[in-house]
Design a protein around this ligand. Structure first.
Ligand code: KG4
Ligand code: ZN
Length: 335
């Protein structure tokens, strides 16, 4: 039996969740700042950390109230220690350390991507060995897991993350931030009409999205210089088809090469309907996607990874500091 209180504040969401045992989620309160950052076309780190400071106590109180538990009932405090925005991470880590000290509860520093991966375990047991496709605003990685909490990064982006590419294409199309979910919807309404380069279609497990992103930006600028109109839905379809084609092909190839039992998808872009449809329909190997509400940043996923770390007694000391660019492989159990 375990009761884990988790805090996630690595970017522009402040979230507190309380998880009982493996998947009895008592609450998952998320305070999003998207409406504020949308005014600037992207996340402003200074504003994000200031807003986290303002709301952390309120979110914590709301979570305890919704879960109907007191701090004394909690077994451990899990918190995202990185990667992410340094100021944003600080607020969550300071809050977690304060709670740990005041209530004499063990502290667990969780890697944000381990959280995204274990969001899947809130609904179903992960079968090992598995391959994780991590697709978020800051990451595009293929992670081989031979066992629980054993991470081997076998491929990654050489430049932009896939979510970042979606958001930049959204910006050039003058769509509201974040562009990813809007492009996903528009892509379902358009046709593949624009010829765009296939990004890094080689034998490696690495990705590259900056060439594709630049091609979209150049296409829009050239059209505007010639006074021609772009059909945004068609461009969204063309961009998404090319971007997903390589993601899906490389993921299936890696899964077959590593003889995994299943493919796990993790991170904000796992909400993408095109990715869900294409990977599920093309993969001969079982594919697991997190439920939509756990795709983008939330503390439930940190609680889920924190629960495993609690079982392995992987505790942090009170001098835990934030790690804005920490490696996932360093988090592996027993390595
Ligand atoms: O995991 P996440 O919430 O934050 C990071 O850890 O980065 O991911 C946010 C990213 C953003 O780039 C957003 O545009 C993208 O996930 N995203 C999507 C969709 N929903 C969120 N991208 C494509 N299609 C979606 N449906
Ligand atoms: Zn994330």
């Amino acid at each position: 039996m375990s009761l884990i209180l988790a805090i996630e504040s690595s970017c522009d969401e402040m979230s507190v969740a309380i998880l009982k045992n493996k998947r009895e989620l008592l609450c998952n309160v998320v305070a999003s700042q998207i409406d504020t950052h949308r005014l600037f076309g992207g996340v402003v780190p200074e504003i994000a950390s200031r807003m986290h400071v303002e709301c952390v106590s309120t979110v914590l109180k709301a979570a305890l109230q919704e879960a109907q538990v007191s701090m004394n009932d909690i077994d451990a405090i899990a918190v995202t220690k990185g990667p992410g925005l340094v100021g944003s991470l600080h607020v969550g880590v300071q809050a977690a350390k304060t709670l740990s000290l005041a209530y004499h509860k063990p502290l667990i520093g969780v890697h944000h991507i381990a959280g995204h991966i274990y969001a899947n375990e809130l609904v179903e047991d992960i079968e090992y060995p598995c391959l994780c496709l991590v697709v978020s605003g800051g990451h595009s990685e293929l992670v081989y897991m031979k066992d629980e909490f054993c991470f081997e990064v076998i491929g990654e982006t050489l430049d932009d993350a896939i979510g970042e590419a979606y958001d930049k294409v959204g910006r050039v199309l003058h769509l509201p931030y974040p562009g990813g979910p809007v492009i996903d919807k528009m892509a379902q309404q358009g046709h593949h009409t624009y010829d765009l380069p296939l990004p890094l279609n080689d034998d490696s497990y690495n990705f590259s999205f900056s060439g594709l992103k630049s091609a979209v930006i150049n296409l829009c600028h050239n059209a505007s210089q010639r006074g021609e109109d772009i059909v945004p839905e068609d461009l969204a379809t063309s961009f998404q088809e090319v971007a997903l084609k390589v993601l899906v092909q490389k993921t299936i190839k890696a899964a077959q090469d590593y003889h995994v039992k299943e493919i796990i998808v993790a991170g904000g872009v796992s909400a993408n309907q095109g990715l869900r449809h294409q990977l599920t329909s093309q993969s001969p190997i079982k594919v697991l996607f997190p439920p939509m509400k756990y795709c983008t940043d939330n503390a439930a996923m940190i609680a889920s990874a924190g629960r495993i770390m609690y079982e392995h007694q992987l505790f942090s000391s009170l001098d835990l500091s934030v790690k804005p660019s920490i490696d996932l492989e360093n988090e592996s159990v027993g390595e």
